[in-house]
Structure formats: C-alpha cells, structure tokens
Ligand binder design. Structure first.
Ligand code: UN1
Length: 499
C-alpha cells in the first residue's frame, strides 16, 4: 500500500452532507516519520462553524424522531465499512500520526468495537421506572437527546476518540459538529466518508477543519452547541471549562495523565518489564494513558533497571509502516522540543539518566521526529519529571520502601487517569484497586489498553467527572427527563394528597 490511497490534495469541510471547499489559509499535514507533506488541511473561520451548527440544528430535529434502533442501524453499517476498510484506515493513520501499523490497526479496531457496541445501545438506551408516591400514577426517567453537540478530538487517537464521542452522541439522537486535530485530519475525512456511505442523514455529522483558537473557540462560544466533549491538553481543557461554565453549557473533559506502574517486591519481574515497555514506549509514549512513572520497591529496583535496559535495547525505532518497527516517531517538532525540555529539567533536578535522553537525527531519522526511549532513575515524587505530563517515550523510576508509600507516590500527582500494580499478593490487589486514585486501575498489566465498553476517564486534573466510551458516555450526550403519567382521572397533588 502506498500514499496513493490519499485521493485528495486538500481537504474540504463536510457540512450538511456536502464537501465544502474552504478558501484561504491551509496547513500542511506532515508524515512525522519522513517529514513529507501528505496533503493540506484548511484552516476554517468562524463562519464555517456557524454553517455547520445551523445544518446540525436542522438535521437534529428529524434525527431525534428516528427510533433509536433505526439510528443504530447506521452505526452497524459504519462498523461494517470500517471493518472492510481496516487495513486502509490503519495505513493512513500511520502516515498522518506515525504510530506503528500494529497499533494503528488496534486503534481502528477500537473504533469498530465502539460502532457495534453503541449500535447495540440503540436497542437499550435504558431509562428507569420508579414507583410513584400516588395511586394510579406512573413515573419514569428517560434519556432525551440534548441537541447539537461539539466534539474536539486530539491527534494521538484521531479515530478511536472520535468514535468514543460521536457514536454515543449520534445513537442518542443528537447532531454533531466535529473539529478534528489539524495534525491528523485524514481520519476525520475517512470517517465522514464512511458516515456518508452508511446513509447517515445530511447534517447529523459535520466536520470543520481548523485551529483550536478559531474553530474550537467558535464552537465553545456558540450558543446553539449545548455540549462540548473535549480530549486534549490540560490548559485548553480548563479554558473550555471556564467558558462553558459561564454559559452553563455541559462539558466533558479528558486532559491526560501522569500514569504509574507500581512494581512490588513480589512481582513477576519479567511480566512487569513487558508491561512497562509496552505502556511506556508504545505510541512513543504519546498516550494519555502512557506509563511515565515506575514506582518500584527498593528490593527489586536494581534488577528491574537491568531488565528494563536490556528490553529497551531490543526496541526497533523507525517508520511505523515498517512492520518490524516497535516505536514510531513523535508527532512534530513542538513535541520533540517539549520532551527535550523535560530531559534537561530531569537532569537539573538530579534524576539519573540511564538510557536515551536525545533526539535521533542520524540518517533517515533526521527527516522525521524521533526521540530515543529514555529511562531516568532515582527520581523523587516532587520532581517535575515525576509530576508533569511529558507525552513522549520518557519513564522515571521512583524507588519506595513499602506498599503504602507506593500508593501515596501514585496519588501524589495532580492527574488521575490510569495506574497499575504488579504483585502476586491478593490482599494488595484489592487494597490497590480501592486506594489508587485514578479512573482506570490495572493489576498485572501496564497502564494502557482500555476497552471501549468500560468507562474511560479519570479523577482530579484529568477531567471533570465525565467519562468517554462505556455506557457512561451516554450520560454526556443525554438529558435525564422525569416523566409522570397520571391515570387516576383526577388532580393528585404530590406531597399533599399522599396522606
Ligand atoms: C488516549 O491516549 O487518549 O487505553 C487514548 C488506551 C487506549 C486509548 C488511549 N485504548 O491506551
């Protein structure tokens, strides 16, 4: 397969079922493994958002009246097309994002799983019946669609995260305005085409390409967008939350993590090494769930360091389209610069650099954005490299003396997305799942690999209490409506006529 799979040189917005050319500024979409420009993405202005919202608003009125099982039929079709097209989607994903093919296939699979799972919700969308306090009166709570929802998705999981948000929104009867990341718009283009082919009525999903500061900002400020679901940086998320708070607009945020693997003295160390390597260096550490801290019991620290170093030497780094490569590039130069900054900070703070710590620039590496897998040791919980999200292949080992200290170290950060513990002690397992202050907890596995039918999100600075994916995602995109049906034929006053 080749880059000829790209059938356009410049992308167009998808508004009201039409591909709308955008005049004016564009940005190049760059293959981070080679530095080559794949195509141009338009940088739309506020007017495009206004058009998209208008189209969504009209479409939603009809869409909400389509029975949910019929809405779901379209998602089944979306899932089938994605499945047929899995290889092509994965390849294009590797081109624009850099993640290795195996992981790109996994990400597309995550979207396929979400399609079938949420399509199933079309026949559930369960509400609740509740006894009324009055005779001959029926009480129930039902899920109602909210209207037009705005979704803003990141470049690191450009298709999976888009499905986590758009599929529940659509099955619940909303219409969507979607701003994908400008670094990875090809997945949005491909997914919009799939929606079109699957027969989604025009205007139910609208894609507007452009920057966060223009398109994203216009979405957040638009009074007819009633929900914003955002995955991205902490700073942007907090700004969005502030504006949505001002407008009383519902907002769901997922803003990263500082995830740790805890390795206890009784752990299966070979398994722990595999788990750490996969969750720290897979996707070159550019996952919200990536492991960037290893909290290790001092009795096994040296052995773990040796085995990790040995495993890191085996990692093949390069262009993700090469099936033998395990670690792909960093998304862009800004990503590289951020990682470099943290390497300097780590050294200044007194952590010991055991491996990596540099940008790879020799030969073909120089054409793209590659960073050597990096291991610091003897870090302490107060260091910035142990507190702040780096979003790269950098892990810091933090030695501890006990289980209690390990839990405390895990919880010492402002984030709370994912955590993991390697131990064979069943009592520690249950204590850990209770005490680890994160939205996702793994036992004897790394920090990545969430499955779509469970809630995805975190505590503290990771978000604002909502969850992506899982049945819980429906809570973001629906209102609970309490419905009372009185069939007594007379006026019955609650709280008064109950005596
Ligand atoms: C992300 O990095 O924002 O659990 C999403 C995982 C993947 C999703 C990651 N299923 O690592």
């Amino acid at each position: 397969m080749t880059e000829t799979m790209l059938d356009v040189k410049k992308l167009a917005n998808y508004i009201n079922g039409e591909w709308v050319d955008v005049e004016g500024e564009t940005a190049p979409v760059i293959n981070p493994a080679t530095g080559e420009t794949l195509l141009e993405v338009p940088l739309s202005d506020k007017t495009a958002v206004d058009h998209a919202v208008e189209a969504a608003k009209q479409a939603q009125k009809e869409w909400a009246l389509v029975p949910a099982p019929q809405r779901a039929e379209i998602l089944y079709e979306v899932g089938h097309i994605m499945k047929e097209r899995k290889e092509k989607l994965a390849y294009l994903l590797t081109l624009e994002n850099g993640k290795v093919l195996e992981e790109a296939r996994g990400e597309v699979q995550e979207g396929i799983d979400m399609a079938f799972y949420m399509a199933g919700e079309g026949r559930r969308l369960f509400g609740q019946t509740t006894p009324s306090e009055l005779q001959n009166k029926f009480a129930m709570s039902v899920r109602a669609p909210i209207g037009v929802v705005g979704i803003i998705t990141p470049w690191n999981f450009p298709i999976a995260i888009a499905t986590w948000k758009s599929f529940p929104a659509i099955v619940a009867g909303n219409a969507v305005v979607w701003k994908p990341a400008t670094e990875t718009p090809i997945m949005a283009y491909e997914l919009a085409k799939i929606f079109e082919e699957a027969g989604l009525p025009k205007g139910v999903i609208n894609v507007v390409f452009g920057s966060g500061s223009t398109v994203g900002d216009a979405m957040v400020h638009h009074e007819d967008i009633r929900v914003i679901s955002f995955t991205g940086s902490n700073e942007t998320g907090r700004n969005i939350a502030a504006e949505c708070g001002r407008q009383l607009k519902k907002v769901s945020l997922e803003m990263g993590g500082k995830n740790a693997v805890i390795v206890m003295d009784d752990a299966d160390l070979d398994l722990a090494v595999e788990g750490i390597i996969w969750s720290a260096f897979g996707t070159s550490g550019q996952r919200c769930t990536a492991c960037s801290r290893v909290i290790v019991h001092e009795d096994v620290k040296e052995t773990l360091e040796e085995r990790l170093l040995h495993a890191m030497e085996q990692l093949t780094i390069g262009n993700g389209t090469d099936e033998s490569v395990r670690v792909g590039p960093i998304i862009n130069e800004a990503g590289i610069n951020k990682i470099k900054k943290y390497i300097d900070i780590g050294k200044e703070e007194g952590a010991k650099l055991l491996a990596g710590g540099y940008e790879m620039t020799e030969g073909d590496y120089g054409k793209g954005y590659f960073f050597a897998p990096t291991l610091f040791t003897d870090a302490t919980i107060d260091m910035r490299i142990a507190q702040e999200e780096i979003f790269g292949p950098v892990v810091s080992l933090i030695p501890v003396k006990s289980f209690e200290e390990a839990i405390e170290a895990n919880n010492s950060v402002s984030y709370g997305l994912s955590s993991s513990i390697f131990t064979k002690d069943v009592n520690r397992v249950f204590k850990a799942q209770r005490d680890l202050d994160t939205g996702i907890v793994y036992v004897n596995a790394g920090t990545t690999g969430a499955e779509i039918h469970l809630p995805f999100g975190g505590t503290k600075g990771t978000g604002n209490g909502h969850r992506d994916s899982g049945v819980q995602a429906l809570d973001v995109f629906t209102e609970w409506k309490a419905v009372y049906v009185d069939y007594s034929g007379k006026l019955q006053r609650a709280q008064i006529d109950t005596e």
